[in-house]
Ligand binder design. Structure first.
Ligand code: ACM
Ligand code: ZN
Length: 542
């Protein structure tokens, strides 16, 4: 390092070191990497002028949430846009400098003074996240300032992990497209960048596939649904439940997410959790007949046949349409909870084991996933699956989503595979968040806000090279016990706010009391947005 760079680095470090004195005064979630506050404010005014060096489409994406917030909440006009490379005379200055190596990808530098707001980044997403921070920083007018304002501050911020995910199961209970978009809005507010869209299940197939219309004609509807807990009830509601997204709906959701810098990763479950597909096209299964879209929860023996070529033909056709709709690098193929009983009893599966020289049914599952991985790879995509895909040997370029604890993730990372951590103990947002006696029915478990906040995605058993394979973490939202979108919101927030800090903020800076403090400000925004978050952590409020 040259002397000059060294001096500059020390000066930058000194500038931000003093931020510690003001800790807690930038009230945003997730907590920024470094910040410093001043005793002044920038007053927001009507007809704020933006100067920027962005193209029109990206400018619109980046400023729309801030614009909408100011116009709906405070009746502000649209911001006035001006282009200018080195411009610094606007009220809001947005500068993209792709060559700025000092600002990491998705990161941003924000400076709010009494005179103006300046936001810089080396990526469009960085500018977008800076605007999300600004939204959280807006204060209502008060006795001193008649306009809404933002406290003067300097922020240097960037994410710790590149996979900051939330999942949503729309199969156990179908969620309307408009809610899925709202879910994406809440994700963007917390700087999540990956939406794992769980689209196929035993209880419903939710995505239109043109070549196989029965998947939605038959597979998207179950005749009734179990009432009560799956382990304790045998009552049904005698009411059909259905719903699916047309390909136009899917495009709309994917485009909407992209406008918020969120990638949608679709999940098409195989070879298990596939009863809705089997009910639609029975030839796909080992049994070949007698299937029905599931009406209760759990793991079913019914499975796609690994012995028939037609199973792979079907899956390749489905994945081809899926890849046309979702531009994501990764395609999730499920792979979890696939009982091997029917494979043991199926002549074709047994023939496959012999013809491929496989040891047993676990290796048959591995054969299945490797074949799909080869297909995705040939189409320029990467496969990700639940940690069961490790059994019988992991496909060469597959990534693993570790849900049965961290063991699978650790094994995969040690073998040089990419991993997303999502252990049931800390990352399952379908678990109870407080005392089950006073909470609505949930699947079980107990994952309090503090517990999820305490989660550390990089296990200390990994050395630094292996640790690089941990892409991040994700919260999973299985909806067996979430019959509607309000209930989903109740289970997900504020726990997803806690997880956003796990995946964004520096490990050493995380501080639960500080988080709770900042959450008090963020919940005002939640109230404004109409988000049905759980109040259980707020002094016993309900
Ligand atoms: C899972 O929760 N079955 C991945
Ligand atoms: Zn079979």
């Amino acid at each position: 390092m040259s002397r000059k760079i060294l001096m500059m680095t020390i000066m930058v470090a000194m500038t931000f070191a003093s931020a510690c004195e003001n800790k807690g005064s930038v009230q945003i979630i997730p907590l920024p990497v470094e910040y410093k506050t001043y005793n002044s404010s920038y007053e927001l005014v009507q007809e704020m002028k933006i100067t920027h060096n962005l193209d029109a489409a990206n400018l619109e994406k980046i400023i729309a949430p801030f614009n909408d917030y100011l116009s709906v909440k405070y009746g502000f006009q649209q911001l006035v846009k001006e282009t200018g490379d080195k411009a610094t005379n606007g009220s809001l200055v947005l500068l993209l400098d792709k060559d700025n190596k000092r600002i990491p990808n998705e990161g941003y530098n924000l400076k709010v003074t009494a005179k103006n707001i300046k936001l810089e980044a080396s990526s469009h997403s960085g500018l977008f996240y800076g605007m999300q921070s600004l939204i959280q920083m807006v204060e209502d007018p008060d006795e001193n300032l008649k306009n809404p304002y933002i406290g003067a501050a300097e922020i240097r911020d960037y994410p710790r992990f590149k996979w900051r995910g939330l999942h949503l199961d729309v199969c156990r209970h179908f969620m309307p497209k408009e809610f899925v978009k709202r879910y994406i809005d809440y994700m963007a507010l917390h700087k999540y960048n990956t939406f794992h869209f769980h689209l196929t299940e035993d209880q419903g197939w939710r995505i239109e596939i043109k070549k196989y219309p029965l998947l939605t004609e038959v597979g998207s509807v179950r005749k009734e649904t179990l009432v009560g807990h799956g382990r304790r009830s045998d009552k049904y509601d005698a009411t059909p439940h259905g719903g699916f997204y047309t390909q136009e709906d899917i495009k709309e959701i994917v485009d909407y997410a992209a406008s918020k810098f969120i990638t949608v990763v679709p999940e098409i479950e195989m070879p298990g959790h596939a009863l809705a597909a089997l009910a639609s096209y029975p030839y796909l299964g080992c049994e070949g007949a007698g299937y029905e879209v599931a009406t209760k929860w759990g793991v079913f023996d019914d499975i796609m046949c690994a012995g028939k070529e037609s199973t792979f033909g079907f899956l390749e056709d489905v994945l081809t349409e899926v890849m046309e709709l979702f531009p994501s690098e990764y395609i999730h193929i499920g792979g979890d909870e696939a009982p091997k009983k029917q494979w043991q009893e199926c002549d074709l599966c047994q023939e496959r084991i012999v013809s491929e020289g496989l040891e047993d049914e676990h290796e048959l599952q591995s054969y299945f996933i490797k074949r799909i991985e080869k297909f995705l790879s040939a189409n320029g995509r990467k496969l990700i699956g639940w940690d069961e895909i490790l059994e019988g040997g992991l496909a060469p370029n597959a990534a693993v989503m570790s849900w049965r604890g961290e063991t699978g993730g650790i094994e995969a990372a040690m073998a040089g595979h990419y991993v997303v951590m999502t252990p049931g103990t800390h990352c399952y947002l379908d678990h109870y968040q407080s005392n089950p006696e006073t909470e609505p029915l949930a699947i079980g478990g107990l994952t309090t806000l503090e517990k999820i906040y305490s989660y550390e995605p990089v296990p200390d058993t990994l050395n630094p090279v292996q640790a690089e394979y941990i892409m991040g973490a994700q919260g999973n939202v299985w909806t067996e016990y979430m019959p509607n979108s309000k209930h989903v919101e109740y289970m997900v927030y504020p726990r997803a706010a806690a997880l956003s800090e796990v995946v964004w903020s520096p490990k050493a800076e995380r501080d639960y009391p500080g988080f709770l403090n900042r959450l008090q400000k963020l919940r005002v925004l939640y109230d404004y947005m109409g988000l049905n978050y759980s109040r259980v952590e707020f002094d016993g409020e309900r």
